[in-house]
Design a protein around this ligand. Structure first.
Ligand code: PLP
Length: 308
């Protein structure tokens, strides 16, 4: 089998699998002061460092979560709820966000927030003019993903964050698809928070992370033992953290792998010869690994069924 569906989930790297298997049987809780606990604590801290290394945020706080979905929810809901106290009751998201962000915004609408979805242009990039017009002092949080999971189109997050910043609004970026595929610089993006997920970059399913700038203020979703800078209560899995750390370290070097683009483009050129085929956002800046192709008159679910 040739497995191409890396935006859904990547194969587990052998080195990450080895870390998972090595660490899983060991007892201990990272919060315990004894030797076993402290060994686990060090694995958690190493994972924080590896995520900082991958995302380019040496001064950031890293919060380990159970998934990219949880990291997105923590950011969007956590920042919106915190800014409610300042009279903010609006949330602005790009229309192409993953359901992890859109559903979090929907939950907030049930809490009285007004949600604005900003459209993308014909190349699949957020319309920055429309974004600018949608921002005012009532906006609690803006969410613009770094790269779209279906088209691979890389979004102008730094420009969006600068627009938000002018109104004093924090911006969350969902970098779940971008991490490990393109180099990232959290500080340069100007985002307040950034989400990643281990299983999209060669790590295991069941762990993600939220990178949080020192200035960001957000409410935790869970109450409990104060783990992860008080932002994600619950005993961490040192084994999952160790595997995430390995995957994140590998992803730093892989993120600019030069051989991927010509392969993607060769596949694209071959598929474009099929009658009725069209490549989505062919001229936009895209993730090197992502190709979105449509076939006029062919239902996508039927095609997936046949191809699988
Ligand atoms: N955000 C994006 C852009 C995604 O593509 C995905 C997964 O497909 C997620 C968030 C959710 O990540 P997870 O599967 O770790 O919950």
């Amino acid at each position: 089998m040739i497995y191409l569906d890396h935006n859904a989930s990547t194969p587990l790297l052998p080195e990450a699998a080895e870390a998972l298997v090595r660490c899983t049987p060991r007892p201990g809780n990272p919060a315990s002061l004894h030797q076993e606990g402290q060994a686990k604590r060090r694995q958690i801290e190493a994972a924080h460092k590896a995520v900082q290394g991958l995302t380019g945020g040496p001064d950031s706080k890293v919060v380990l979560t159970a998934s990219g979905t949880e990291a997105d929810n923590l950011a969007v809901i956590g920042m919106a709820r915190r800014r409610r106290a300042q009279g903010c009751d609006r949330v602005v998201v790009s229309a192409i966000e993953h359901p992890a962000v859109l559903a979090a915004a929907h939950l907030l609408s049930g809490e009285g927030f007004r949600v604005t979805r900003v459209a993308v242009d014909s190349s699949g990039r957020i319309d920055l003019g429309a974004l600018a017009q949608s921002l005012d002092a009532q906006v609690a949080v803006v969410a613009v993903m770094l790269a779209n999971n279906e088209t691979g189109v890389v979004q102008p997050v730094a420009e969006a964050a600068a627009l938000a910043e002018r109104c004093g609004i924090p911006l969350h970026t969902d970098a779940v698809q971008a991490a490990g595929k393109i180099p990232m610089d959290f500080a340069a993006l100007g985002a307040s928070t950034l989400a990643i997920s281990a299983h999209k970059l060669g790590g295991p399913r069941g762990i993600g992370a939220l990178v949080v700038s020192r200035q960001a203020a957000l409410d935790p979703l869970w109450r409990g033992g104060g783990q992860e800078h008080g932002l994600r209560a619950g005993t961490q899995s040192a084994a999952l953290a160790a595997a995430l750390a390995v995957a994140a370290e590998h992803a730093v070097t892989r993120a600019s792998a030069p051989e991927v683009v010509p392969r993607r483009d060769a596949l694209s050129a071959a598929l474009a010869k099929v009658p009725g085929a069209f490549v989505v956002a062919a001229d936009a800046p895209r993730l090197p690994n992502t190709l979105s192709v449509g076939f006029t008159g062919v239902a996508s679910y039927a095609l997936v069924d046949i191809l699988s």
